[in-house]
Design a protein around this ligand. Structure first.
Ligand code: NAD
Length: 323
């Protein structure tokens, strides 16, 4: 079976491509390299340089494909509030161009990178898939809008879809096969990695008075290899079952200070940090059950201890930034 991975040169996409190739799938990647690295793509995959916004690029990439895993998007919540047009064009228009082209070509299976941001402020924890959907940033809205379109398309066309709502993706391939580092990181762990390796002076911690174990924000970090495995299991599921929407998380959360302390321990480097003002919209804590993934896909996060996440990231950041 040939699978197209859009955004396959990016952080999560490159790990998905690796696991697909290792599982024997034929893989094509469509990426415009706006935020990806071509070197991160497994050599067994075909690479098409192009955009989901350009119909002829999409049609070329869909050649002989039976299933699409769609990761190509912009992902910075803060930027999406400052520049909503950039996000609606890429995340909504690009996805509609892709799924409409798939339907015209009779390609049925679609795995969509959704996000915990579709939920907004948690009304209870751990979150589950029944939690109300009320995004508090435009990025989350763009993902929810696509989930809604997929809901309709699932009823009106032959398209079958899996909405995978990732929590905080983190870590790197445990066998160090992907040397991917983020270009302009907005997330905590790559920023901490840059400080540990001397590329950045300090970590800014936005607030120390949250209602959490140590006052800093707590998040559910899911290892990128566990995410990749869930994509493969979702495809296998869709071939014989109906559409699914599920959370991919660990059910546990770690604070900013825990991330910093674990990085200090593993890297043996000092990590400077300073506390600054809270950012608007940041939550105390977020974590989720993944009962649907466990029950329907027989999936569980095997690589997602904080130690494994930090160790696998440090292996790559120290290799790339200290050499
Ligand atoms: N990183 C996370 O914690 C997280 C959490 C929830 C959801 N997600 C979603 O997962 C997906 C992948 O995230 P990531 O962290 O790997 O980001 P990333 O930026 O590393 O990867 C995205 C890739 O898509 C490419 N791209 C962007 N727009 C494109 C377009 N129009 N056409 C072709 N290629 C395009 C970029 O060049 C990049 O290689 C995104 O859809 C993101 O919203 C990520």
């Amino acid at each position: 079976m040939k699978i197209l991975v859009t955004g396959g040169a990016g952080y999560i996409g490159s790990h998905v491509v690796l696991e697909l190739c290792n599982s024997g799938y034929e893989v094509a990647v469509l990426d415009d390299l706006s935020n990806g690295n071509q070197e991160s793509i497994d050599k067994r995959a075909e690479f098409i340089l192009g955009s989901t916004l350009v119909k002829k690029d999409v049609e070329k990439a869909l050649n002989n494909v039976e299933c699409v895993i769609h990761l190509a998007a912009f992902k910075a919540a803060g930027e999406s509030m400052a520049n909503p047009i950039k996000y609606s064009q890429n995340n909504i228009n690009g996805t509609i161009t892709l799924i409409n082209s798939m339907i015209k070509k009779g390609i049925k299976y679609f795995v969509f990178s959704s996000t915990a941001a579709v939920y907004g402020n948690p009304k209870y924890l751990p979150l589950d898939e029944k939690h109300p959907l009320n995004p508090i940033n435009f990025y989350g809205f763009t993902k929810l809008e696509i989930e809604r379109i997929l809901g309709w398309y699932g009823k009106l066309t032959d398209l079958k879809f899996a909405n995978l709502r990732y929590f905080n993706a983190a870590g790197h391939d445990p066998n160090n096969r992907i040397n991917h580092i983020e270009k302009d990181p907005q997330n905590l762990i790559p920023i901490v990695m840059e400080v540990a390796s001397g590329k950045r002076k300090q970590v800014k911690i936005f607030g120390n008075d949250y209602n959490t174990k140590d006052g800093t924000g707590c998040r559910d970090y899911i290892h990128v290899t566990d995410l990749a495995t869930a994509h493969i299991k979702s495809i296998e599921y869709l071939l014989n079952h109906s559409n699914i929407t599920l959370n991919l998380a660990t059910g546990d959360s770690h604070s900013v200070l825990e991330v910093i302390n674990m990085t200090k321990e593993i890297s043996n480097k000092n990590i400077n940090y300073e506390f600054t003002e809270r950012r608007e919209g940041d939550l105390d804590e977020l974590y989720s059950k993944s009962s649907i993934a466990k029950d329907l896909l027989n999936w569980s996060p095997n690589n997602s201890s904080l130690k494994s996440i930090i160790q696998t990231s440090w292996n790559i950041y120290s290799k790339k930034l200290l050499s």
